[in-house]
Design a protein around this ligand. Structure first.
Ligand SMILES: [Zn+2]
Ligand SMILES: [Zn+2]
Length: 382
């Protein structure tokens, strides 16, 4: 086995360092050299193992005392430390799982200045906002009132009555964690007395009743980007519940509901507008004003427009909230057949019918020929 470095040098702490200083130093190194952050980096894995080994010894009173007296030889064969060592980085995770869970995921969050207490990100809040399609098209901002918990100003989030201070928890000695030895490994669990805070409030703040938070209605301006679609969620960082023990606040998630519009049907970036026209308009062509998002648009309907035909107006749809090209407006024509006719209309239509009888279109001609053939075949089969 290669020469081992002094454990105090590995963790970069003084020989007189407190448990907390050792823990902090270790966490810093473990975070820096963590295999998840340094994939495939052998040197990082070695440094990670070395730090874990040093911490295993220096965080254990008995091992530390032996190490201080006899050096590496003193802790050989005591498990975890010099003798056994950690084979794999994953062994270290198993051994200090509680610590890493705290650190790399789960309730992690800012951990600066937390001391023994556990900084925790505040909970996220959810709300919804309903807007009109026309507002979604250009973007808008809305003021909302959000009920949330903020840090109590009276006690500055300590939960203690002003003039008093939270006392160190006797049960865990302020560490917030209690250590139990389970055979080979030490298992750390959250202190049941102070729930991991490391402090106990004896005289509670009257404003927050010691909870450290007060409910407050706060006004917030929500900026809705242009092109937002129904069901999209906006995330307002840090506008959720206050964090605990110096942790960052949670987020506010706003689900957007876009009301259906009477004229424009939406499909992503594109809009469809159904425009009714008469048979004569479809046959002869016409000019008409149709609605677009920004007002009206003069449209030329070509002579011979067919029922259901779609005219595409490029760039007259919705903007893309992700910066893509603007959508189109599809104008779909519906040729209306009158349900009731005036005397004059009927007269003219009958005249038209007579002409239609004589002037058969190519399309109708093909159809009638096929029908004749079909009927003929049916008769033969009888
Ligand atoms: Zn308070
Ligand atoms: Zn405690």
């Amino acid at each position: 086995m290669a020469t081992k470095r002094d454990y105090y040098i590995v963790l970069m702490v003084e020989k007189t360092a407190s448990d907390d200083e050792i823990k902090r130093a270790y966490r810093k190194l473990a975070a820096k050299h963590h295999p998840d952050r340094n994939p495939g980096d052998e040197a990082a894995i070695e440094a990670f193992k070395e730090a874990a080994e040093a911490f295993d010894v220096l965080s254990n009173a008995e091992k530390k005392a032996r190490y201080d007296r006899f050096g590496h030889a003193g802790v050989e064969g005591m498990g975890g430390g010099a003798g056994a060592g950690f084979g794999e980085a994953s062994d270290i995770m198993d051994a200090f799982g509680e610590m890493f869970g705290d650190f790399f995921g789960g309730g992690g969050g800012g951990r600066r200045g937390g001391g023994a207490s556990r900084a925790r990100r505040g909970a996220s809040l959810q709300t919804s906002l309903t807007i009109e399609l026309l507002d979604a098209a250009v973007g808008c901002s809305r003021d909302m009132e959000i009920e949330k918990h903020v840090t109590c100003v009276t006690c500055v989030g300590t939960g203690a009555k002003p003039g008093t201070k939270p006392q160190q928890c006797d049960y865990c000695g302020g560490r917030g964690q209690v250590v139990q030895s389970q055979g080979f490994f030490r298992v750390q669990t959250t202190c049941p007395a102070c729930r991991g805070v490391g402090q106990i409030v004896r005289e509670k703040c009257t404003d927050c009743r010691g909870s450290r938070f007060v409910a407050r209605t706060s006004k917030i301006t929500i900026k809705v980007p242009a092109g937002v679609d129904n069901g999209m969620q906006l995330c307002l960082r840090g506008e959720g519940e206050a964090g605990e023990h110096g942790g960052p606040a949670g987020d506010l998630l706003v689900e957007i509901h876009v009301k259906p519009h009477t004229l424009f049907e939406r499909d992503g970036r594109h809009l469809t507008c159904q425009v009714p026209i008469t048979f004569s308009q479809a046959a002869l062509g016409t000019e008409m004003d149709i609605p677009i998002l920004t007002g009206k648009h003069r449209l030329t309907v070509a002579a011979g427009t067919q029922p259901g035909e779609i005219l595409r107006l490029r760039g007259q749809g919705m903007p893309d909230p992700h910066g893509g090209p603007r959508g189109d407006l599809h104008v779909q024509f519906h040729v209306e057949v009158p349900k009731k006719t005036t005397k004059k209309q009927e007269e003219l239509l009958r005249q038209l019918a007579e002409i239609d009888e004589k002037h058969v279109s190519a399309h109708r001609k093909t159809f009638f020929e096929s029908v004749k053939e079909f009927f003929g075949a049916a008769e033969e089969a009888e």
